[in-house]
Unconditional design. Structure first.
Length: 571
């Protein structure tokens, strides 16, 4: 938040911990403004404000798109009655005026080079496409030979999301026409293959596509989800592609010499039922108005693909960490996966996936050597690695650095991405990449301290090709934060008593006091067994199970001892 410095933030429709986001002072004031340092304007999602007064009190500055109710009068009445401080209204108005002045200061004649912007969009989109599979180096396409381009989306590009995410494009590229422009010596033919409106004969469209693919050197299928399949206001019930498209892919792959699939979709889709039948798969997502040109650039090798998966592609929907929690029960969703979201869950639970987070192929090859981790402070470090393009094409590589934490009080994933960098290299070229790991790279959220905390121990800093495939590992020992231990009471579990650095040994000594060494050793072994079975039992209850009761004054002395741990530095 501090780095990006956004001007506005939108609050959501839903409730968080039982309170509507637009009316949550904890969310909008405590977390957003005080903890994250946001100093801009909070605007509501369209129609998300139910109580304008409560929203103003929480920190929602602007209700959108206004209301058919007389909420201005409600605000005025609340100020007159004392329910709403006038300063709260003044603060919201000041933020609105600040936004208006900021926009007004940039007003005036603006010259826009739409062609240059379109070209930039094409470059960004091409850099973001992910080459998932490339068997037998099917891609890039050869400059000659017949190519069968199949799919309605090849001429009517699905380039953006649905609902209010729509923008007015200055122009939308056609993947088919862009391929023809880049491959003038190849014969690029087209078949519709499927009809997203469902108004044509699916079997006939499929037959025409199969016939075309049978005569071509390579078949390129451009498939994906319709806008109606993934718009706003509803959730996916599955991750399957339309059945007619799946059947089309399998039918084409059966007759084609080589088959390439280009996916257009806003969220992950299942690749099963056809993945193993095709030679190459390119995940193009929703690539924007210049996406058709970007797809052609990657397919022809004009651009070497360098995108990496920002989410895992699972085998099945039921493999996902939220499967049992979502969509919840009776209007409530419990985020039971906690920090085990996405790749953190798959790696920690050792769940097999189709493609892991961070995966992405290239038309060249890279080698990563000389991996080092250098401490730069008590809880910071710098990672360095040398990357070499060992292939025959220029390309870009993404260095990914993960951290695996030692055992700590909070749930810890197997590894977490803590830094990455993309570098462009010519064939044979090398460069040294440095990635800084700050305190947060090693910290967990301690709910008892209400703060980010570093546990003492040995951390594994991992260089990886993706979240699953490690390249190199280095260790880093951190002293961690000095955390005070809570004083012991008779209601404290015995695991805390025996585990206390000073009280534990003293308690063990008190239990064996006056006993022959042989019996003391036997009792100590028995106490260890009891601790395994009764670790959560309170001391006042555990004491009743002991064959030789510990005098109450001894327990009182030990509790006093715990209050002064650790000892003051000047003693």
């Amino acid at each position: 938040m501090v780095q990006a410095r956004p001007v506005t933030v939108m609050c959501a429709y839903n409730k968080v911990n039982g309170t509507y986001a637009a009316e949550s002072r904890w969310l909008l004031t405590q977390v957003l403004r005080k903890e994250w340092g946001f100093d801009g304007l909070v605007v509501s999602d369209w129609g998300a404000v139910g109580n304008r007064v409560a929203a103003l009190l929480a920190g929602t500055d602007l209700e959108m798109p206004g209301s058919h109710r007389d909420t201005d009068a409600e605000v005025a009445a609340a100020v007159r009655s004392g329910e709403l401080e006038e300063t709260a209204v003044d603060t919201a108005v000041a933020r609105l005026r600040g936004l208006a002045e900021r926009v007004r200061s940039r007003a005036g004649p603006v010259t826009v080079d739409f062609d240059a912007h379109h070209q930039l969009a094409r470059e960004v989109a091409a850099d973001s496409l992910v080459l998932l599979k490339n068997r037998h180096q099917t891609l890039p396409l050869a400059p000659t030979g017949r190519i069968a381009v199949i799919g309605e989306f090849a001429t009517a590009l699905r380039h953006q999301g649905g609902g209010s995410s729509h923008v007015n494009a200055t122009g939308v590229d056609s993947p088919l026409e862009e391929l023809r422009a880049l491959l003038p010596e190849a014969g690029v033919d087209f078949a519709q293959g499927y009809d997203t409106a469902g108004s044509a004969d699916a079997a006939q469209l499929r037959e025409e596509a199969v016939a075309l693919a049978g005569r071509a050197e390579t078949a390129v299928l451009v498939i994906g989800l319709r806008e109606a399949d993934e718009s706003e206001g509803f959730d996916h019930e599955h991750i399957q592609l339309p059945s007619d498209q799946v059947e089309l892919v399998r039918s084409v792959a059966h007759v084609a010499r080589r088959t390439v699939v280009v996916l257009l979709n806003g969220g992950v889709v299942s690749l099963e039922d056809w993945h193993d039948d095709v030679d190459a798969v390119v995940e193009a997502w929703l690539p924007g108005q210049a996406g058709g040109g970007a797809i052609a650039d990657v397919l022809t090798g004009r651009v070497n693909p360098s995108g990496r998966l920002a989410e895992t592609i699972p085998f099945r929907l039921k493999d996902t960490p939220s499967f049992l929690n979502f969509p919840g029960e009776q209007g409530h969703v419990r985020y039971g996966e906690g920090v085990m979201v996405g790749y953190r869950y798959y790696e920690t639970a050792d769940v097999a996936v189709r493609y892991p987070f961070g995966h992405g192929l290239s038309y060249t090859s890279f080698q990563q050597t000389d991996f080092h981790v250098t401490p730069t402070g008590p809880d910071t470090a710098t990672v360095s690695v040398t990357v070499t393009n060992t292939g025959e094409r220029p390309g870009k590589h993404v260095v990914q650095v993960y951290v695996a934490a030692p055992k700590r009080p909070a749930s810890s994933p197997a590894r977490e991405l803590r830094g990455f960098a993309k570098v462009a290299l010519a064939p044979g070229e090398s460069t040294t990449v440095e990635i800084a790991l700050d305190r947060r790279a090693f910290a967990y959220w301690d709910i008892t301290r209400d703060d980010w905390t570093i546990a003492a121990g040995q951390y594994q800093v991992q260089l990886a090709d993706n979240a699953h495939d490690l390249v190199a590992t280095a260790t880093l020992d951190l002293a961690g934060d000095a955390l005070p231990l809570p004083p012991l009471t008779l209601d404290s579990p015995i695991s805390e008593w025996f585990g206390h650095p000073t009280v534990g040994p003293a308690l063990t000594a008190a239990l064996s006091s006056g006993l022959p060494q042989e019996q003391a050793d036997a009792d100590a072994e028995g106490n260890a067994d009891a601790l395994l079975m009764l670790s959560s039992l309170a001391m006042r209850q555990f004491a009743g199970f002991l064959p030789r009761p510990v005098p109450h004054e001894v327990l009182e002395r030990l509790m006093k001892m715990s209050e002064t741990y650790p000892e003051p530095a000047d003693t």
